[in-house]
Design a protein around this ligand. Structure first.
Ligand SMILES: Nc1ncnc2c1ncn2[C@@H]1O[C@H](COP(=O)(O)OP(=O)(O)OP(=O)(O)O)[C@@H](O)[C@H]1O
Length: 270
């Protein structure tokens, strides 16, 4: 039987006095699952994904990751837990002036002594692993180029390698293909699926594209107005279910759109 990696109980997030962005999420996610989270803008997808590694602090509830209550840990223990969680961002978050391999090696930051990472003293083994990963995603020609010279799709492939370089148990990907054209998006989803499957890494991905969710997810979770409204496999996600997730009461939508603008402003993204 698959082992439970993540147990989320009554997760709530309140950004201000009035509005709960997450209104009590209960979920159990097993090792090896490839979960795609879908839902309308402002539904709480990013908040959900970012609370797992405490990029955002939860207001109530509990997140048990690999047996450890994430809401309780701090300092060294929090860093150790985070070192086991890779993160992939919509805007890649690469160091543009560093070359590609250095960006990938940054994935080792949580796992090597600080002074070594400061002076770029990575082991030969780590360097070889970085090269192997870059070759795997078709970037062998780009290894020593500055990251800032790459296309968006190439940058995101570096982002995947950096996350894998952490040797994580879990990867969180927050809209990893939202800034890419359909062809590059497909390449990214293929690599993410193959690499995480081969290494048995659990993956949670936020997506706006329902067709991609259906193609790659082993499990799809629909979030709407801070609640889980769907949890199933692609074949359960009928047109009717999709419109239930995306089309809500008019006033609810208006509220979400308004709040979503605040959210984007606060995040400084997209
Ligand atoms: N830093 C913040 N301060 C106040 N409210 C926020 C903040 N971040 C998000 N929110 C609000 O929380 C709710 C959920 O936002 P979140 O970004 O998690 O949604 P989302 O489903 O990821 O949306 P999108 O698909 O547009 O990125 C929204 O109402 C949003 O405005």
């Amino acid at each position: 039987m698959a082992k439970e990696l993540l147990k989320i109980t009554q997760l709530k997030k309140k950004y201000d006095k009035e509005i709960y962005a997450l209104k009590g999420i209960d979920l159990s996610i097993n090792e090896g699952e490839f979960v795609v989270v879908i839902g309308p803008s402002g539904a709480g997808k990013s908040t959900f994904i970012r609370s797992i590694n405490r990029m955002i602090d939860l207001s109530e509830g509990s997140i048990l990751f690999d047996g450890v209550a994430m809401e309780k840990v701090k300092g060294k223990k929090l860093r150790e837990q985070r070192a086991n969680i890779g993160m992939i961002f919509q805007h890649y978050n690469l160091i543009h002036r560093s070359n590609v391999i250095k960006n990938v090696l940054h994935g080792r930051l949580g796992k090597v002594p600080f002074f070594k990472s400061l002076f770029g003293l990575y082991s030969e083994e780590d360097k070889q692993e970085a090269v192997r990963l870059l070759k795997k995603v078709g970037l062998e020609e780009q290894i020593y180029k500055r990251a800032g010279q790459l296309s968006g799709g190439q940058m995101q492939r570096v982002g995947i390698c950096r996350a894998i370089m952490q040797n994580p148990k879990l990867i969180l990907a927050d809209e990893p293909i939202a800034s890419l054209d359909p062809n590059s998006a497909k390449i990214i989803m293929e690599h993410l699926q193959t690499i995480t499957r081969e290494r048995k890494i659990t993956c949670i991905v936020n997506l706006h594209q329902v067709d991609f969710a259906k193609e790659y997810a082993t499990r799809i979770i629909g979030i709407k107005a801070g609640k889980v409204v769907f949890d199933g496999v692609a074949s359960d996600l009928t047109e009717e279910v999709i419109s239930d997730i995306y089309i809500g009461k008019e006033e609810e939508m208006t509220l979400q759109v308004e709040n979503s603008e605040i959210g984007r402003f606060a995040y400084g993204e997209g």
